[in-house]
Design a protein around this ligand. Structure first.
Ligand code: GTP
Ligand code: SPV
Ligand code: MN
Length: 626
């Protein structure tokens, strides 16, 4: 076996590349690369050691390969994914489950041997005529308790370039990798591509997660969420590792919220894809530590959190100078930015909701585009895709939090959960305690599907803690791990439920885009015991006077009692219906749901019935106390 491995590597790698690979002592890495070479049969293999010259070479090669094209502004490039490759693909993303092992029914899975044979069959010879790039990266700050070394073999320079913006270099981390320490592996090929370097076999797209070997296989896709192994692919592996080791890997942003007297309190927040993580973490005047993936560890009885990433792969729709001044600035000045699936005309990128009229023609993910263009099904092709994104390094942002590289992470003051809940929950509330918050806001999180995932938009669903797509362990165990995490802490972070998407009888949102800033400031005050609250049936809700003051202070806006009542009225029938849906979901899909989940929901139902008996179906926040 070893001889064979050495022969494979010697035959395909230059002397220098072979040396860079062999300088990494862990034999499993050599085996992974040798297997990828033997399977995918690339013409050449390029082992990147993160030196500035090699990183610069990636930037050159991505242009030469035609996977990105330069825009007029220095450092800006654009990339297109195929029309059927514009988001994460749930259908074809599956866990490879060894015979005898079980995952919750709600998780997409396939028997391991069958899945391996299928995906490896598709990868066979997939890199002929191409270069395979070998990248070493690190999730979490390097040389820290959070660090997880990752290696990816890919035939895409776009993937390699994206990783330079989104992750910490890891070659050095690997050089010191003790034998046996976990490392995550991804093998990716774009598959067959057309002359524009776009994958052309979407029906053969597969993203298979082999947690038995911490390896992910992905083929016939280019969308970063399906191909950049350290994003959601590694999150699935990290959730299993965290389960083994007693910490948490979460689909959460991290931000510093600035309070009175110059203090700063860190918050994490879980929202499903395209439901407000980046929008919250980028609030003007606050600092961003991360917008997508956070790791939590209990260290000396404190909840400490670190960003797994160092960049943003963010939704560009609606980024405009008024609502998102900081990110808009980065997207319009020279610096390294990859725009994906925007409209391009004369070297300029355009996107939906950018705050200026779009050209009537240009080039986009569908090829040459003009106003009125329809696809083969007769559907209108939008100028830019709703899920068009930008990729930038966090350090390019003026509001990047200085603790990003702290090897011990930051101490968390609060955690929020929120989804697209049109009917039930009030815009902001605080859990009665850790268990209530985790269950009532996290495990009971309802939302609607968004454009970040292929398929129909706006379909209501439960998305447990905003992370259901990525939970690679039984769902009940995942909830239990969250409950247990709080028990090990001296002062657990406060848990909040937020809802930016509550609608009125006319289907209009009851809150504005900037209102979340007031909720965030209120939560910060609550952490420090400086705001009052009413004990409502579904959680502590803000008192009117505090909100009125904060609206004035934060947004320079008058906040009327009528607004407060409209936003914070307890909708009893809608909340009871929610509890019923959530219970039914857990009974049907989560056989190992912790019993306390049903107790918390039953308590919530009792309190709602109690206020209804006293005050009717729709209870003003002024009468909501239970
Ligand atoms: P991923 O990167 O996909 O994980 O998502 P994210 O959670 O970071 O999403 P992001 O913050 O970029 O969500 C953006 C979407 O939420 C856009 O469609 C916004 O217009 C919408 N959004 C954000 N805040 C609000 C709000 O307060 N009200 C309404 N109605 N929409 C909002
Ligand atoms: C999400 O879909 O939650 C994202 C983008 O953050 S992706 O990289 O596709 O995961
Ligand atoms: Mn995400």
């Amino acid at each position: 076996m070893h001889e064979c491995l050495e022969t494979i590597l010697q035959n395909r790698l230059s002397e220098a590349d072979l040396r860079r690979l062999m300088d990494i002592p862990d034999r499993r890495v050599h085996e992974f690369v040798a297997d990828a070479v033997a399977l995918c049969e690339p013409d050449a293999v390029w082992v990147c050691d993160d030196s500035p010259e090699m990183v610069a070479l990636t930037r050159r090669r991505v242009i030469e390969a035609g996977e990105e094209k330069p825009l007029a502004t220095e450092g800006h490039t654009f990339h297109f994914d195929g029309p059927q490759d514009q988001g994460r693909d749930r259908e074809v993303t599956k866990y490879l489950v060894p015979a005898g092992e079980h995952l919750s029914k709600a998780l997409n899975q396939i028997e391991r041997q069958e899945g391996l044979a299928e995906v490896r069959g598709l990868l066979k010879g997939a890199m002929r005529g191409r270069t395979m790039i070998v990248r070493f990266l690190c999730l979490g700050p390097t040389d820290s308790v959070f660090a997880i070394p990752c290696v990816e073999c890919t035939d895409s320079f776009y993937v390699s370039h994206s990783m330079d913006l989104l992750y910490r270099p890891g070659y050095e981390e690997f050089r010191w990798l003790e034998n046996g320490r976990d490392c995550f592996r991804t093998l990716h090929s774009a598959g067959r591509m057309n002359a524009d370097r776009v994958s052309v076999e979407p029906d053969k797209k597969r993203i298979y997660i082999d947690h038995s070997t911490d390896t992910v296989y992905t083929i016939n896709t280019q969308y970063a969420g399906n191909t950049v192994g350290l994003k959601k692919l590694a999150l699935r592996l990290a959730i299993r590792k965290a389960d083994r080791e007693g910490w948490l890997a979460e689909h959460m942003f991290l931000m510093g919220v600035h309070g009175p007297g110059g203090r700063k309190t860190y918050f994490a927040g879980a929202f499903p894809s395209a439901c407000g993580k980046t929008a919250t973490a980028m609030l003007p005047g606050e600092t961003i530590l991360g917008d997508d993936i956070a790791y939590f560890r209990a260290i000396n009885g404190q909840a400490r959190a670190a960003n797994a990433e160092v960049g943003i792969f963010g939704i560009i729709q609606n980024v405009n100078p008024k609502d998102d001044p900081v990110i808009h600035d980065v997207l319009t000045k020279p610096g390294e930015v990859i725009f994906s699936n925007v409209l391009v005309k004369e070297g300029r990128p355009y996107w939906l909701g950018m705050g200026q009229p779009l050209p009537k023609d240009g080039v986009n993910f569908s090829g040459p585009w003009h106003e009125g263009k329809t696809d083969e099904k007769g559907q209108p092709v939008p100028p830019a895709h709703k899920n068009a994104r930008y990729t930038v390094a966090l350090k390019a942002l003026a509001n990047c939090d200085p603790e990003l590289e702290n090897p011990d992470g930051v101490v968390l003051g609060g955690i929020m959960y929120g989804g697209r809940d049109a009917y039930a929950y009030v815009p902001v509330q605080q859990g009665f305690d850790w268990d209530h918050g985790i269950i009532a806001y996290g495990a009971a999180l309802e939302t609607e599907t968004t454009f970040a995932i292929l398929g129909k938009e706006g379909v209501p669903e439960i998305n447990l803690m905003s992370i259901q797509d990525f939970v690679a362990i039984p769902l009940g165990k995942y909830v239990q791990n969250n409950l247990d995490f709080g028990r090990g802490l001296k002062k657990p972070p406060l848990i909040f439920g937020v809802n930016y998407f509550l609608r009125d009888g006319e289907n209009r949102f009851v809150t504005g885009m900037r209102d979340k800033h007031v909720w965030v400031k209120w939560m910060e005050r609550r952490v420090h015991g400086e705001a009052e609250a009413i004990r409502g049936p579904t959680g502590w809700i803000p008192v009117y006077d505090d909100l009125r003051r904060l609206f004035q202070e934060v947004l320079d806006k008058d906040y009327s009692k009528a607004d407060y009542i409209r936003q914070f009225t307890i909708r009893v029938p809608e909340n009871l219906a929610k509890i019923q849906r959530v219970e039914a979901f857990h009974r049907a899909e989560v056989p190992d749901a912790p019993p306390v989940l049903f107790e918390v929901l039953a308590g919530q139902r009792r309190r709602l019935e109690q206020v209804r008996a006293r005050s009717g179906d729709y209870v003003s926040p002024f009468d909501a106390s239970v």
